[in-house]
Design a protein around this ligand. Structure first.
Ligand SMILES: [Zn+2]
Ligand SMILES: [Zn+2]
Length: 230
C-alpha cells in the first residue's frame, strides 16, 4: 500500500534497477502448476520451489516450500552454484521430461517440478544441456539412479523469494527482506529487534534465533526452513 517515497527521480527512469530494495520477487506460473504462482528460493547451494504467497493448499498452513530441487554440489564453485543446479527434486513421484513427445503439448504434469520450471511463464530457467546420474530423490523411484538435468537460473538473484532467518517468516509481496549475513535475510520486524539488540551489546555478538524470537512464538506453529541445509 504505502510505497516508500524516494527523492531520486533518476531512479524511476532506470528500466531495471536490481540492486535496490524496490527489486521485485519474480513469481511464475505454468500449465503444470494448476494456476498456482510459484517462486524460486535458494540458500547457499540448495534450491527450492516455493509458493509465492500463503496458499491454503500448503501443508502445514503458512509453509511455503513446495520441494527442494537439488542435492547441493560442493564440488563446483560458489559462483556456479548460485546460478546452476542439478535438478533432482524431492517429490512424491517423478515424471519424465520429454518435450519431443508429440503428445507433450496436451499433457499436464501437475506439480511436477521439472515441467513447472521449464514451462514457466515468464521464463526463469534453461537447460545447459548437461546431464548426469544421481540417486533419485523422488519417493516412487526407490532410490534408483536417474539422469539429472543441469539447470541454469536466468532470473536475477533479487527475484528469488526470501525467508527470514530468525522468525522463519516469508516475504509476502509487501516489503523486501534485507540481507543480514551470508545468503541470509531478515524481515523488517526481526531487523528492528536485531539492531536494537546489537545496539545494547557493545561487543559484537552473533544474534541467534533464541535471542530474537521468544520460545513460544517459535514453536506455537510448525514452520518450514530454507536454512535447514543438507
Ligand atoms: Zn501461465
Ligand atoms: Zn523475522
Amino acid at each position: 500500500m504505502s510505497e516508500p517515497t524516494t527523492t531520486s527521480t533518476t531512479q524511476d527512469k532506470e528500466p531495471s534497477n536490481a540492486n535496490n530494495s524496490k527489486s521485485e520477487i519474480i513469481s511464475f506460473c505454468s500449465r503444470h502448476s494448476a494456476g498456482i504462482e510459484e517462486c524460486l528460493s535458494r540458500y547457499k547451494r540448495k534450491w527450492y520451489l516455493t509458493y509465492s504467497r500463503a496458499y491454503g493448499i500448503a501443508q502445514p498452513p503458512g509453509t511455503r516450500i513446495v520441494c527442494s530441487l537439488n542435492v547441493p554440489d560442493e564440488k563446483v564453485s560458489e559462483e556456479h552454484a548460485k546460478r546452476h543446479f542439478w535438478l533432482n527434486p524431492e517429490t512424491l513421484y517423478s515424471a519424465p521430461y520429454k518435450p519431443d513427445d508429440p503428445d507433450y503439448a496436451t499433457q499436464k504434469f501437475i506439480s511436477s517440478p521439472i515441467h513447472i520450471l521449464l514451462d514457466a511463464e515468464p521464463s526463469i530457467v534453461r537447460l545447459t544441456g548437461r546431464t548426469r546420474a544421481e540417486k533419485s530423490r523422488a519417493r516412487d523411484a526407490g532410490g534408483k539412479q536417474v539422469a539429472c538435468f543441469e539447470v541454469e537460473v536466468t532470473i536475477p538473484e533479487e527475484g528469488l523469494l526470501r525467508q527470514c532467518y530468525y522468525c522463519l517468516g516469508w516475504e509476502d509481496g509487501t516489503e523486501r527482506y534485507k540481507p543480514c549475513g551470508d545468503d541470509m535475510f531478515w524481515c523488517p520486524r526481526c531487523e528492528s529487534k536485531g539492531s536494537l539488540a546489537s545496539g545494547i551489546n557493545s561487543t559484537f555478538e552473533k544474534l541467534t534465533r533464541d535471542s530474537l524470537i521468544p520460545f513460544l512464538d517459535r514453536y506455537s506453529f510448525p514452520r518450514d526452513n530454507l536454512y535447514n541445509y543438507s
